[in-house]
Design a protein around this ligand. Structure first.
Ligand SMILES: Nc1ncnc2c1ncn2[C@@H]1O[C@H](COP(=O)(O)OP(=O)(O)OP(=O)(O)O)[C@@H](O)[C@H]1O
Ligand SMILES: [Mg+2]
Length: 484
């Protein structure tokens, strides 16, 4: 076939006759057929050009532009010169506006549920990392508060700085303040409201397993070690003794641990004496929730109800864990997230974000990490997107030695976050970040010098540099520099 000049095909010369136009149409048709045939002839895998687009990008991306070149593959190094001024098309317009795509200048719009349905991401969870003051919380607040307009909700069980309360109140949500001496008390053993679709028997099993998991987490976190088999039995039997009451509380469990039921002990082939001796440490660990530094917060019936219809519910834990008491903070998170779980696990509850701000402070605990990992795994079933905010990815490594359970759990959380939002990182963190996320040299160079509020949004096989754009009202509401 003889090739015609490109402009002769694209623009028909003025005054050209019918024959000329017919010839142009035939040339176009031939070019298309030729392109399609060549696409089919493409080898399935070519190690030299692996990763490059399968066909000539401009031709397949936009068939209105019939460039008369043979379909071919090349690396981005070549393509950027051969096809300048072509930019990434973005993630579409379905979702929440975040800001501008720095390279294309277009709007950057993101919605984890939309992208999951479009199979762009494999799970809805997000990880945000960046140096202090780089804009992690602001980015999360912008994404979440703007998503409320799309019907999404947000729960913030971990807010050690109390900076989400004003945001929640501004959007019609609730901010629950927890701390020693404060009037609010939550009963982490609350059953919650049974979703109408779940049968009574199944709901009772769900509630029991949630309560049992919480008691195990509290005991393991306080003791700092996994429980022995007999200690697990102690917890099981004490929980069985208290679930006969309509509204069991942690003090009821403590009583049942110190005074085991003789019949229940005999039924599992042990005795009251063995249970009280072997279960001594676990009894004292749970007692801390009633008489220790957390007294008055989780040791009675709830003084407030979880209103799942609100757009946002946050738990301000800034009164706890002051002076670096991270254990108190972790126990609080365990109780608060168990209390929230009743609402979160309702499949009819809609699409919700669950935010762990300053997540690194609660991640040094294998028991809590195990709980978080279970929630991460259930995110798709519950319609929940978990948002974990840390300073650097080495926070995940700092939870334990190489090969330890805690380390594997923390790195598992990273693997279960399809969207990683990297704000500026310190130079000494770049190599580790690049290895963990599989970043290119260009991406590493980018995150080393990102200004405030600008982030590398890394999704599977795609990445974007996005500048967060805030309204003046948002800038005021998200400000955490007031005291500076
Ligand atoms: N795009 C932006 N432009 C200008 N200022 C911003 C931008 N994003 C955030 N800021 C401001 O920077 C300050 C720090 O932001 P933010 O609290 O979100 O940071 P952070 O990374 O969460 O900090 P920390 O590590 O202390 O939690 C805030 O006062 C915020 O208003
Ligand atoms: Mg922050």
């Amino acid at each position: 076939m003889t090739r015609r000049p490109l402009d002769a095909v694209l623009y028909e010369p003025a005054g050209a006759g019918r024959k000329r136009r017919a010839a142009n149409r035939r040339a176009l048709q031939a070019a298309r057929t030729n392109g399609r045939r060549s696409e089919q002839d493409q080898p399935q895998s070519d190690p030299l050009t692996a990763g490059a687009p399968r066909t000539s990008a401009p031709y397949s991306a936009n068939r209105r532009l019939p460039l008369l070149v043979d379909p071919h593959r090349a690396t981005t190094r070549v393509l950027r010169v051969a096809y300048p001024f072509l930019a990434e098309g973005g993630l579409g317009s379905d979702g929440t506006y975040i800001g501008s795509d720095v390279f294309s200048g277009g709007s950057f719009v993101y919605d984890p549920w939309v992208l999951y349905q479009a199979r762009v991401i494999t799970n809805p969870n997000l990880l945000l990392a960046g140096v202090i003051g780089s804009g992690k919380s602001s980015t999360a607040k912008a994404l979440i508060t703007r998503s409320i307009a799309l019907g999404h909700k947000a729960y913030v069980p971990c807010d050690p700085k109390g900076e989400w309360s004003s945001v929640s109140e501004a959007f019609g949500g609730a901010a629950i303040k927890l701390g020693p001496g404060l009037p609010t008390r939550l009963n982490p053993l609350d059953a919650g409201t049974r979703p109408s679709a779940v049968p009574v028997g199944e709901w009772q099993r769900v509630v029991r397993s949630r309560r049992r998991a919480l008691l195990g987490t509290l005991a393991e976190s306080t003791l700092g070690r996994p429980l022995s088999a007999i200690e697990h039995t102690c917890l099981d039997l004490s929980l069985d003794s208290v679930t006969t009451s309509a509204e069991p509380t942690i003090p009821d469990v403590v009583v049942a641990l110190f005074e085991p039921d003789a019949d229940r002990a005999a039924a599992v082939g042990t005795s009251v004496r063995i249970l009280t001796t072997e279960g001594r440490e676990v009894s004292h660990a749970i007692r801390r929730m009633v008489h220790g530094d957390l007294a008055g917060m989780f040791d009675g019936p709830s003084t407030t109800q979880f209103d799942a219809s609100l757009p946002m519910v946050t738990l301000d834990s800034s009164w706890i864990g002051a002076g670096g008491n991270d254990l108190a903070l972790r126990l609080t998170l365990a109780c608060a997230s168990s209390w929230m779980e009743a609402a979160v696990s309702d499949p009819a509850g809609g699409q919700r974000f669950i935010v762990y701000d300053e997540g690194w402070r609660v991640m040094r605990d294998p028991a809590l990490l195990r709980r978080m990992q279970e929630q991460w795994k259930l995110s798709r079933a519950w319609g929940v997107a978990n948002v974990l905010i840390v300073h650097r990815l080495s926070d995940l490594a700092a939870v334990g030695d190489l090969g330890s359970e805690a380390r594997a759990l923390a790195e598992g959380l990273l693997a279960d976050c399809s969207t990683r939002i990297m704000l500026r990182q310190e130079p000494d963190q770049l190599a580790r970040t690049a290895t963990l996320l599989g970043l290119t040299d260009v991406e590493i160079a980018t995150i080393a010098k990102l200004p405030k509020g600008r982030a590398l949004w890394r999704l599977p096989n795609r990445s974007f540099v996005v500048q967060l754009v805030r309204h003046a009202r948002e800038a005021e509401l998200f400000d955490t520099d007031a005291r500076m």
